[in-house]
Design a protein around this ligand. Sequence first.
Ligand code: FES
Length: 63
Amino acid sequence: MYVCICNGIKDSQVRSAAQDGAGTVGQVFKAHGCKPDCAQCVGCIRDVLEDELTPSGIMLAAE
Ligand code: FES
């Protein structure tokens, strides 16, 4: 499922970025070599990050 239409980022790519160390929305964009455009996806990306990182006990970094 696409979470960022502007940059074509899927939830699976957010999870992959999180597994590679991304802990913030900004780090997810950086991992994909892009920047937010409309920023409508920020909350959704944050939710996916929380879902991916919280169960393993990793704390999300403040943005
Ligand atoms: S949907 Fe992600 S920046 Fe627009």
